[in-house]
Design a protein around this ligand. Structure first.
Ligand code: FE2
Length: 408
């Protein structure tokens, strides 16, 4: 049977019956062929082909079985290799060291949480709000991310279970800045987007708080109520003087989905602006990587895997790849377990080697005690400070390890 599939689903063993591109626009000698290895998959992806036809009579089909943890792990690794092989997304470089930026990032994050909490309280109490009070804090977040985005990304990983709505607002703001930096938006646009990110869920304060904070599954009716937060927020903010149009996009579009299944307007594909697409990806990523009362946070690697899966329908696949490249698989501040049994904190990563960051090893996982910290570059071969590899994530909270101590 001939099937049209998205390029993300292409795997070795599939028989391509048509690349769905002119002969000049794909890298192979024939328009139909057996895909025999990952390098060939990478070449198809690199050619910019989005969809193609496979013949399931002559090769593998898209399986619809539920993947095992091992397969998920392997699939993530495969996707990562494809992303790494993609051309560099930006010239955005880090201007100061992580250690230098940490204190400023901590202060900016804390201040932003206080500001958005105050603003949201005002909305909840029906008071008149003014956005001028957010400007200094938005500037601090933008400044911090521009100097070294890793510091602010670390802050969002350290956030706790309390006050999810406020922390989520600041996280979305910071991640949108980081994403905007990587897609080379100009600084004035980044400021507007940052403001939009910070206030994207303001409308939630106009909802019945009992529904908003309900820990369990929502009824159909309750879900309809929750969805109203977008329109409520947009009605509230739109009438404020001096609100830049770009700041409205994260607010109004963060629940729109690429295939038209989102809300409130059910916009499709390019009807959702680029900033709207970016906001949707960031909003979902932050939500699934955060602890909630009713479910544990997903590890960054599992979250990336989910984003890829959903990008077949919900997000622009190209933007998803760029986002993953910006956020990484093992973000700075992640606690990881190494093959040697040691635990360490990711302290450095490079966007061409997403699976082999630099890890500050500081805990013996087998004997359960701290060891003298040592920085291990997992990309380096044996005998050069490398030769260990990440086997999984660990919960710093569960082990009572204060990650921030090791990031100084
Ligand atoms: Fe929302």
């Amino acid at each position: 049977m001939i099937k049209k599939i998205p390029v993300q689903s292409l795997e070795p063993g599939m028989y391509v019956s048509d690349f769905n591109a002119g002969w000049l626009h794909h890298p192979f000698a024939f328009n139909s062929m057996m895909i025999s290895n990952e390098a060939e998959v990478a070449r198809v992806v690199a050619a910019g082909i989005r969809e193609l036809y496979i013949d399931t009579g002559r090769g593998r089909d898209i399986g619809d079985h539920v993947p095992t943890a091992d397969e998920v792990e392997r699939e993530t690794a495969r996707q990562v290799r494809l992303i790494e092989a993609a051309p560099a997304v930006s010239s955005a470089e880090t201007r100061v060291s992580l250690a230098e930026e940490m204190n400023r990032a901590r202060q900016a994050f804390g201040e932003a949480v206080r500001i958005i909490r105050g603003l949201m309280e005002d909305v909840r109490l029906g008071k008149q709000i003014e956005l001028a009070s957010t400007q200094p804090t938005v500037e601090k977040i933008v400044g911090s991310v521009m100097r070294n985005s890793n510091a602010m990304m670390t802050m969002r990983r350290l956030k706790s279970l309390d006050d999810y709505t406020f922390l989520h607002s600041v996280s979305v703001c910071a991640m949108l800045v980081s994403f905007s930096k990587i897609v080379d938006l100009n600084l004035s646009a980044i400021h507007d987007i940052a403001l939009g990110g910070l206030i994207h869920d303001l409308g939630k304060m106009r909802l019945a708080q009992a529904v908003l904070n309900k820990p369990g599954r929502l009824s159909e009716e309750e879900f309809v109520h929750i969805k109203a937060h977008v329109v409520l927020g947009s009605d509230l903010v739109r009438q404020l003087p001096g609100i830049p149009p770009l700041a409205m996009e994260p607010l109004e579009m963060h629940h729109e989905r690429y295939d038209g299944s989102g809300y409130p307007r059910g916009l499709k594909g390019d009807e959702i602006s680029r900033v709207g697409q970016m906001s949707a990806i960031v909003d979902v990523y932050d939500a699934i990587t955060s602890d909630r009362p009713y479910r544990k946070a997903m590890s960054p690697a599992a979250a990336v895997q989910k984003l890829f899966e959903w990008s077949r329908h919900h997000f622009d696949p190209e933007m998803t790849k760029v986002f993953v490249k910006s956020v990484g698989i093992y973000p700075i501040g992640t606690l990881v377990r190494l093959e040697s049994g040691r635990l360490g904190v990711v302290i450095e990563q490079c966007d061409t080697q997403l699976l082999t960051p630099v890890v500050r090893v500081m805990y013996d996982g087998k004997r359960q005690h701290y060891i003298v910290p040592e920085d291990v570059d997992l990309a380096r071969p044996m005998g050069m400070g490398g030769a260990d590899s990440i086997v999984g994530f660990e919960s710093a909270t569960k082990l009572g390890i204060d990650i921030s101590r090791f990031l100084q």
